[in-house]
Every structure is written in structure tokens, then in C-alpha cells.
Write a protein that binds this ligand. Structure first.
Ligand code: NDP
Ligand code: MG
Length: 385
């Protein structure tokens, strides 16, 4: 039996992870769960999975959670409680499925305790990829990619010599606005941007997919996970989302990984790694009804966020953390209907231009860059209104 904890158990990835746990009765023991404020779902999950420890970050819900649960479950609150869940001594694997930079410290805590990570929370690698990957190596910790593209690459690279890899090719669905003419981007609403054609996900990543910042963050994520130079990582739009990514090898061969677009497949792969198990969740790809697989170049004019991410990682140091924090803030402003969809890349680019880079930052300095970028976004916003 494998012992797992889930940071962000009430989110889209958290719920899909528990779906895999349900499908394999007796294979997994849930040690810890956490949420930010979705107390109702967290209580339901605790009653069903009887974890040893649970954390609610929003402390106003602490008493309600405590009162609802049996005494055997240790109840924590606040950000400190996330560290307790992440690094519980019984954990074999911690699934990092918090959205945004809030997942950074608990994930570091788990790595420092030598616990393997199932990584969905890509923002923390964007922010601090150099530090996290070094720390994982030092503590002999595996960073197992949950993100479908990275899980695909991980499978394609299995057993391959790194020297034989010519290029990583990340596929992108193109999001809801792939075929929307550039002149109509001005009128995009929040509801339209949340309507992803292929995946059902949390709000932040849905907006990132609509701007294609998600693919930019994934380029940075792939750079750190597989130690491949960023200029050897390319993005190709593949609207059917059947191929989840590809590896181009020096001998002219390509390997691609495919499954029905549902996160339970990469999650199951991570949960059982290094085994491949027969799945009760198995779904066949009906290739004949898919008919054809299409590919096209991403349109940088319509999706400038993709290029901003390349720019940030080429500059390096504090810039990717600034890109990430500026993106988190502008996405939040857009979700609150405070700015337009087209303002997102403009504000991020303005903040990146203003940033004074700090070389070789440590975690505290990256956190300061993150805080600075959020303030800078809000200054841009104040000038706009
Ligand atoms: P959701 O918004 O659905 O869930 C986020 C989870 O994190 C929830 O449990 C939420 O709690 C919790 N949370 C939110 N803010 C905080 C905070 N400040 N501190 C602690 N916990 C917090 O996101 P997703 O599941 O969609 O995405 C999670 C991560 O996985 C992201 O990094 C995303 O990019 C990545 N990912 C997601 C995919 C998907 O299909 N959804 C695919 C590939 C990667 P509460 O419910 O209480 O708000
Ligand atoms: Mg992805």
C-alpha cells in the first residue's frame, strides 16, 4: 500500500487524484489532505478517506472543520499546516496540486524530508526551478510530472540517453480562442475564456490556457524537469489533444504519448510509478472517430504570453518568478472583471520591463521578486482606472 498526501485536494487535480484512489481500492492510504477554503468538500473527503492529518488554510474555518471530524484526525490551519501535510513522516508521495506560488514552501518542505513529489503545481517550478530541482537531487527525491505534457515526455524519455534527444515538442490544444480572429480578442468575456474545448480544470489554469501562458509556463516546467535548454523545447498546436507531447531524437525518430484527454491517466501513471497497471478507468481512443490529427504553429500575435514566458526563462534569475507572479495577479484581475483579456499580456510585459533583475536569487529573494511583481501589477492597474 502506498501512502499519499494531497496538497489542494479540493481542486480539479486533487479530485481527479482521489478518483484514481477510489478506482484502486486497497492500493493507497490517504495520509493528509488540504484545501484553501472549500470546507464542505474537505469535510466530505475527510469523512470518506479518514486521513491522519488535514489542513484548511483559511483559518476562519478551523473550528467548523475541527467540530465536524473525529478526534483521531489531526486538524491544522493556516499556511504552516500545509507543511505538516506535505511532510508527514508517513508519506511515500505528496501530490503538489495547489494552484500558484502558494504551493512553494510546502513542496520544499516535503522534498527536504525526502518525500517523492507528484507535481501538478507548475508555478513553483517556474518560480524556483533551479532551487527545487537541485534540492530534489540532493535529497534523492523524484519529481514525477502530473501535468499531461510532462507526463507524456517523461514516458517518451524513459530509458533514453539524454544525448540522443534533439528536441522536446509540447503540444497545445490552442484553447477556446484558437480560431477567433485577432480583432475580436477585445470582446472576450470571462465566461468565454473559462470554456475550455478539451479539458475541465480550475479557473486559473483555464485562463492560462486561453492566453496560452499555460504553454509558456510548461516550457519553463519542461526545461527544469528534463534539463533541456529552452531553445530545444518547442510548442505545436494540436487541437484534438490526443498526442500529449513528443520527443524528437537525433536519429530522426519521434516518440509521442497518447491517451484520452483526462487527467486521471497521467495521475495514475504517477501514483503507480515505476509500475504500469491495468486500469478500471481504462478508456480506448477511438482513432477512427478522431479521424485526423492536426498540427499548426502557435500564433504569437494572438498569444503574446507564450513569447513572454520564453523571454523570461532566457533572462532567468528573478525574471521567471516575476512573470509568474504578474500572471497570477493579472489573471485574478481578469477573473474579477477588472481588466480585459487583452490587458493580461500588456500588463505582464510592462512589469517585466520595469523589473531590476537580481542574479542567482535564493528562495527569499524569489519570494521578494514575487511580492514586488504583484505590487507592480496593481500599480499598472491603478493607472488604468
Ligand atoms: P483548482 O483551482 O481546481 O484547485 C486548487 C487547489 O488548491 C484547491 O484545493 C484550492 O483550495 C487550493 N488552493 C488554492 N489557493 C490556495 C492557497 N493560497 N493556499 C493553499 N491552497 C490553495 O486548480 P487545479 O486543480 O486546476 O490546478 C492545480 C495545479 O495543477 C495548478 O498549478 C495547475 O496549473 C496544475 N494543473 C492542472 C491541471 C488540470 O487539469 N486541472 C492540468 C495540469 C496541471 P479550495 O478548493 O479551498 O480553493
Ligand atoms: Mg498541461
Amino acid at each position: 500500500m502506498k501512502n499519499i498526501s494531497i496538497l489542494g485536494s479540493t481542486g480539479s487535480i486533487g479530485v481527479s487524484t482521489l478518483k484514481v484512489v477510489d478506482a484502486f481500492s486497497g492500493e493507497f492510504r490517504v495520509i493528509g489532505l488540504s484545501a484553501h477554503s472549500n470546507i464542505d468538500l474537505l469535510i466530505k473527503q475527510c469523512i470518506k478517506y479518514k486521513p491522519k492529518i488535514v489542513t484548511i488554510v483559511d483559518e476562519t474555518h478551523y473550528q467548523t472543520l475541527k467540530n465536524a471530524l473525529p478526534h483521531e484526525i489531526e486538524v491544522c490551519a493556516g499556511t504552516g499546516g500545509l507543511n505538516e501535510v506535505a511532510a508527514h513522516p508517513d508519506n511515500d508521495l505528496t501530490i503538489a496540486a495547489i494552484v500558484g506560488s502558494a504551493g512553494l514552501y510546502p513542496t520544499i518542505e516535503a522534498i527536504e524530508c525526502g518525500i517523492d513529489i507528484g507535481l501538478a503545481n507548475k508555478e513553483i517550478l517556474v518560480m524556483a526551478g533551479s532551487i527545487i530541482t537541485k534540492l530534489a537531487k540532493k535529497n534523492n527525491v523524484s519529481l514525477l510530472p502530473v501535468d499531461s505534457e510532462h507526463n507524456a515526455l517523461f514516458q517518451c524519455l524513459n530509458g533514453e540517453d539524454k544525448k540522443s534527444v534533439r528536441r522536446l515538442m509540447l503540444t497545445a490544444s490552442g484553447g477556446p480562442f484558437l480560431n477567433l480572429p485577432a480583432e475580436d480578442f477585445n470582446k472576450i468575456t470571462v465566461a468565454q475564456a473559462l470554456e475550455h474545448p478539451k479539458w475541465s480544470m480550475g479557473k486559473k489554469i483555464s485562463i492560462d490556457s486561453a492566453t496560452m501562458m499555460n504553454k509558456g509556463l510548461e516550457v519553463i516546467e519542461a526545461h527544469w524537469l528534463f534539463s533541456v535548454p529552452v531553445d530545444d523545447i518547442s510548442v505545436i498546436v494540436h487541437p484534438e489533444s490526443i498526442i500529449h507531447s513528443m520527443v524528437e531524437f537525433v536519429d530522426g525518430s519521434y516518440l509521442a504519448q497518447m491517451n484520452v484527454p483526462d487527467m486521471v491517466f497521467p495521475i495514475q501513471h504517477v501514483l503507480f510509478h515505476p509500475e504500469r497497471r491495468q486500469s478500471p478507468l481504462f478508456r480506448e481512443i477511438d482513432f477512427c472517430s478522431v479521424g485526423s490529427l492536426n498540427f499548426q504553429k502557435p500564433d504569437i500575435n494572438k498569444f503574446p504570453c507564450l513569447e513572454l514566458a520564453y523571454e523570461a526563462v532566457r533572462i532567468g534569475h528573478t525574471m521567471p518568478a516575476v512573470l509568474n507572479a504578474a500572471n497570477e495577479e493579472t489573471v485574478m484581475l481578469f477573473l474579477n472583471d477588472a481588466i480585459k483579456f487583452v490587458d493580461i499580456p500588456c500588463i505582464i510585459s510592462g512589469v517585466m520591463d520595469q523589473h531590476k533583475i537580481l542574479l542567482n536569487p535564493n528562495i527569499e529573494e524569489l519570494k521578494q521578486a514575487d511580492v514586488w511583481a504583484r505590487q507592480a501589477v496593481n500599480e499598472h492597474y491603478t493607472k488604468m482606472v
